[in-house]
Design a binder for this molecule. Sequence first.
Ligand code: ADP
Ligand code: MG
Length: 586
Amino acid sequence: MEKIGEIKRINGSLIIAEGLKGVKIGDIAYVGDLKLIGEVVRISGREVALQCYEDTSGLRPGEHVISTGTPLVAELGPGLIGGIFDGLERSELELWKKAGPFIKKGYRVIPLNREKKWYFKPGVKPGDRVVEGDIVGVVRESKVVEHRVLVPVGINGVVENIEEGEFRVDEPVAEVRLPNGVKREIKLMQTWPVRIPRPYKERLPLAQPLFTGQRVIDTFFPIAKGGTAAIPGGFGTGKTITLHSIAKWSDADIVIYVGCGERGNEMADILTHFPELEDPRTGEKLIERAIFIANVSNLPVSAREASIYMGITIAEYYRDQGYDVGIIVDSTSRWAEALRDLSGRLEELPAEEGYPAYLAERIAEFYERAGRVVTLGSGRRIGSVTIMGAVSPPGGDFSEPVTSTTMRFVGALWALDTELAFRRHFPAINWLRSFSRYVDVLREFWERYDPNWFRLREEALRLLEESSRLEEIARVIGEKALPDEQRLILLVSEILKEGFLVQSAFHEVDRYCPPEKQVRMLRAIMEFYRRASELIKLGVPVERIRGLKNLVELLRLKEKKGLEEIDEAEKRLIEEMEELKAEYSR
Ligand SMILES: Nc1ncnc2c1ncn2[C@@H]1O[C@H](COP(=O)(O)OP(=O)(O)O)[C@@H](O)[C@H]1O
Ligand SMILES: [Mg+2]
């Protein structure tokens, strides 16, 4: 089998080589004298097309292409947490230290540090029988993450020896004898081809929320652990801020943040600021339970294509250890553009707006890697991967292919709205265009806080819908021409928007809203509506209700620290309403 070929043509990131025999689609090859990383994307006759993940300028026809015979793999093991990697899992920090911001081409950096020693504590002993996916021991990977060392897929047998102590990632910590007598080493690290989903035993129904602390999401358009959500929005509508809030506040054990180059400086910003982010959950830095994949360097678009698979593979690996992992991609549109770019260079027949016909398939395949599963291994270990992806439609037009396709495959949609963002209603999530298919499965969780949660939520949404209809009418005939019960709906929906939906990511208290507080706030506002409707029936003019001096309390519930403070504020308002009622009942 000939592993060495020769460059024939160069078209941007696409390289056409000849002479490579026996290569497969997906194989990684080193391209040219600089040994740039390329992946085989098409084989036709003698010609092999490679997608190159590095800047190809300077390459010349005639230079060699060397196939490695292996696909693009992720290195998985301790040392990932706290890391900032590029789409090929090269440590950005190491690259930065070695080469500065303008990374020299073909720079080889091994993903996992080979020097560092980790203290390994065995969880099994010689003579124990182990199967693929079993935990053989643990390593403290960061202040908050315990790394569970897994028996790699394909190994089932009896532990021959296993040792406690300090190990490098590529040193054997244990040996397993297979039924056929062959011995296999287990190391702290293993590898996995990124384009193939890691196996599990069983897919489970979703049952728990991935709680984000953002009211409009958790209360109205919640996401379940193991679920998927997309957050489409035009430039400046708040995709990044919302995803940052989720990274910081959600109750995922581990966060994987894939930054697919929105703006150049944004990524450089991440590199300097990300290690500084506080983790409100643990009191440590967020980076103690997070991994960053960002193309901060001058890598071409094609590298973004790889980064999303690198991210999801690492997410699955921590899922397999029994963790709830949240993976955030900002933005999937950049990834789709990389697909389009490659497809164009391959001269494939384009479908809508130049995207390849397989765009939908690729998007679906990616989101299908989310889920809540019983992992491999004996026993019943459960882990999950929740995917949240930003989509950046050009001009904010949701009918464009990437947005409209993504909307078909996700379980929740947080539709950002330019108009709301313009009015500084943040998060600018449009409550009429967003959806969540997880409400029913999460109902039980919420009704532990309040048995009426489902009904209150439905009522609030109905009220918001009704009010947008009434606003249209009011624009024509004037608000005052509406009957009082309709004017009340407008008043309550204003309170819902200002007092509940609007939540500043920068407010000391309000940036995170715990579940019991979300439920309590919703109940207070809806209780106000119930009592106010009664007053209207008694003949109280809506102006009198609007004029209640304690009404403003409802707008300030979000700033309250404890539930007692909310109780007290509500009590003051109710007392005032009781007085009004007495006045009109006489
Ligand atoms: N939840 C929020 N709270 C307060 N301000 C917000 C919020 N979301 C967005 N913003 C404002 O909107 C601006 C743009 O948000 P950003 O996330 O960068 O947009 P995008 O990523 O969609 O281009 C931010 O700089 C901030 O001022
Ligand atoms: Mg952004």
